[in-house]
Ligand binder design. Structure first.
Ligand SMILES: Nc1ncnc2c1ncn2[C@@H]1O[C@H](COP(=O)(O)OP(=O)(O)OP(=O)(O)O)[C@@H](O)[C@H]1O
Length: 259
């Protein structure tokens, strides 16, 4: 069997006050399509940032595509959650996507024809081909999210890390995007943070419940027991995407923490 794409052992992380990740161990095998599910503040984005090399763990071992983290992983496409607010930079859509070609150990001699063709292709995949020369901050949050997905795809990664990649995009494009992910999953491992139970149950292969620790269930089935364990309270499962019903039930957990 090939080496796992992600191998995390006994990982701890805090931003200073209060432990966010508490002894997390997780293995993701090649070809998996994992959804991270869990309450607000449970540490999903933090875990993704550690996998992407954005922040370093306080303790524990993290290997991504065979490389020890923290480091600059090659072959990882990452879409952060925050980008819907804009970059604050005077950059075009094409320039943002080309950033995804700056891989580990790369020496920059300027963009070549191949880079520009790859950027144009990635933008076509996400239906943003017409916006190549637009300033990225002029776009809507949903369009910007698609540009950052193109940035993650432009270097043909082996691992795709997506933090709520469709939170701002319209429903029609969401459907096309999940079809695209299914296609990409034939050659890429995918980790997706999502609150949308409907998306999770229809598209992914496995579910990891993240609430300071992680339980990785090697099937896409979401059971009331899993919800109870993850959210620490009874959660009504909804079949057609009303995730806020789930999230709303977490307020009392946060109150418990504050108490
Ligand atoms: N840069 C930061 N500085 C300080 N605290 C932070 C920072 N980023 C996140 N946190 C805190 O760490 C905890 C975990 O946050 P994280 O974003 O990883 O959770 P999450 O499960 O992704 O939540 P959500 O579903 O709301 O996106 C939260 O309490 C959050 O407020």
């Amino acid at each position: 069997m090939s080496e796992p794409v992600i191998e995390i052992k006994n990982l701890y992380y805090s931003y200073g006050r209060g432990q966010v990740l508490n002894g997390v161990s997780l293995t993701v095998e090649q070809g998996d399509y994992v959804a991270f599910l869990g309450p607000n503040g449970g540490g999903k984005s933090t875990l993704l940032k550690i996998m992407a090399g954005v922040i370093a763990p306080d303790r524990g071992s993290v290997r991504v595509l065979g490389r020890k983290m923290p480091g600059t992983p090659k072959g990882v496409g990452y879409v952060p959650q925050e980008i819907t607010n804009g970059t604050g930079l005077p950059v075009t859509v094409e320039e943002v996507v080309l950033m995804g070609r700056l891989t580990a150990g790369f020496k920059f001699f300027g963009w070549g024809k191949k880079d520009r063709a790859a950027a144009a292709q990635a933008l076509e995949w996400v239906g943003m081909g017409a916006y190549l020369k637009e300033q990225v901050d002029k776009l809507s949050g949903g369009q910007r999210q698609r540009v950052f997905i193109a940035r993650a795809l432009v270097d043909n990664p082996s691992l795709l890390l997506l933090d709520e990649p469709t939170s701002s995009v319209d429903r029609t494009w969401q459907g096309r995007f999940y079809d695209l992910l299914a296609e990409l999953n034939e050659s890429m491992t995918i980790v997706l943070v999502s609150h949308d139970l409907n998306v999770i149950s229809t598209h992914v292969k496995s579910v990891a419940c993240v609430n300071h620790t992680v339980f990785h269930h090697h099937s896409a089935e979401i059971t009331p027991e899993m919800m109870q364990k993850t959210y620490n309270c009874p959660v009504e499962l909804v079949a057609h995407g009303m995730p806020h019903r789930v999230l709303a039930l977490h307020n009392h957990q946060e109150e418990d923490e504050d108490a």
